[in-house]
Design a binder for this molecule. Structure first.
Ligand code: GLA
Length: 398
């Protein structure tokens, strides 16, 4: 099935999530909210190094139907296991007490409480068309959908305050992921899910979490962005991500800088490090940040057709220097390029997950088929596909 997976509409997503809520809890929710997954165009593994990233929000979103309670009970249900309602209290959705999707769904309540907001209990039902475990931020989408819902039903006023409020909610969702779910991720995903705008990529500067909207209209250039979900296993809570992060922080310390963003002379920095692994990690981070700047400049100059070599260079750097690619990602990227993609790279954390390929409009079918054939030749399960168009951030949908 090389057909791209469609995204749910507001109405379709809201109806199924509302039905899930009503079946689980026997009453109607206060409303339904949705938050998108993301693909990062470029700027990978730099968000915990003070770097720049350039994600877009996917049209594929996670929906949450939620109802405020007047006690401190929290009940959560997922469409993946509709019979299993998780029941606890606000005290339970805290670090060390919950894991997996319950941490993503309940964690924002704990984090907002830590931020000084007064929240009560709630019932929530979650359903999603963001492919799970595909490196497309399905976990951040849960956090941000629940965060947006809690903001409104408890009158926190964050979404109403515009981007500054959204940034504060994103920070709470990052704490939910870092502290409650225990995944030491960097914050790009929550920023994308809460702060993107339709039709633009989000240039995120992780030094101060400031953002700039960069109009990103592939259709006008006769192009499309194909997302290839390798369906290879991908887990951020494992040690690899944390190890990359630790190596970068140790290298920054050895170089006497706060973050690797401050490295201005790459050759001098490489010469000053005595460990080959650290050198390669630093080279990836510093060159990747430079590629984000070049990519953004090209897009702003109306030259999005010329970004292909930057995508390819990013992939090579992630594969050889940062060592977060895998065979499935490398094959997906190579097959897409052979089938005519202008450029391709892995996106997200890596070790599985998804790749993106910049392709001519209307060539998605042919490129997808070429990738699927390459996977079949290797005896791998069929990959999934979707078309990424820059969508809107988290919002109420019903
Ligand atoms: C994951 C993390 C992000 C980011 C990317 C790599 O998606 O959640 O914070 O570090 O990996 O760019």
């Amino acid at each position: 099935m090389t057909e791209p997976q469609p995204a749910w509409s507001d109405e379709g997503g809201a109806a199924r999530t509302r039905a899930l809520f009503e079946a689980a809890f026997g009453e109607a929710p206060d409303g339904v909210w949705a938050a998108p997954g993301r693909v990062n165009l470029i700027g990978e593994h730099v968000d915990y190094n003070g770097g720049l990233c350039l994600p877009i929000a996917l049209p594929h979103r996670t929906f949450v139907a939620l109802r405020r309670r007047e006690d401190d009970v929290v009940r959560l249900v997922s469409a993946l296991a509709p019979q299993n309602v998780w029941t606890g209290t606000l005290e339970n959705v805290a670090p060390g007490r919950v894991s997996s999707w319950v941490a993503y769904a309940g964690g924002p309540a704990w984090a907002l409480g830590e931020d000084g907001f007064a929240l009560g209990g709630f019932d929530a039902a979650i359903d999603s068309c963001v492919p799970l475990g595909a490196g497309l931020s399905s976990s951040a989408a849960i956090e941000c959908a629940v965060g947006a819902a809690l903001d409104e039903v408890f009158g926190l006023g964050l979404l109403a305050a515009g981007d500054a409020g959204r940034a504060r909610l994103a920070a709470a969702c990052v704490r939910a992921e870092n502290d409650v779910a225990g995944a030491p991720t960097g914050g790009m995903d929550q920023a994308a899910s809460l702060r993107c705008t339709a039709g633009s990529a989000l240039l995120l500067d992780t030094v101060d979490a400031s953002v700039t909207q960069v109009p990103f209209d592939l259709a006008a250039a006769g192009l499309e962005l194909l997302v290839i979900d390798t369906r290879a296993e991908h887990a951020l809570v494992d040690g690899q991500y944390a190890a990359r992060r630790a190596t970068c922080h140790a290298a920054a310390e050895a170089l006497g800088v706060g973050t690797l963003r401050e490295v201005t002379d790459l050759d001098a920095a490489l010469a000053a490090l005595d460990d080959d692994v650290a050198r390669r990690r630093v080279r990836h981070v510093v060159t990747e940040i430079a590629r984000v700047v070049e990519f953004t400049d090209l897009v702003r100059a109306g030259r999005v057709r010329d970004v292909g070599p930057l995508l390819d260079a990013s992939h090579e750097s992630l594969r050889a220097d940062y060592e977060v690619s895998c065979a499935e990602l490398d094959v997906a990227v190579a097959a897409a390029r052979d089938a005519g993609a202008l450029g391709a790279r892995m996106t997200g954390g890596g070790f599985g997950g998804s790749a993106i390929a910049l392709i001519e409009a209307a060539s998605a079918g042919a490129v997808a088929e070429a990738v699927a054939n390459a996977f079949a030749d290797h005896g791998w399960a069929e990959p999934g596909f979707l078309i990424a168009v820059a969508g809107p951030a988290a919002a109420r949908v019903a």
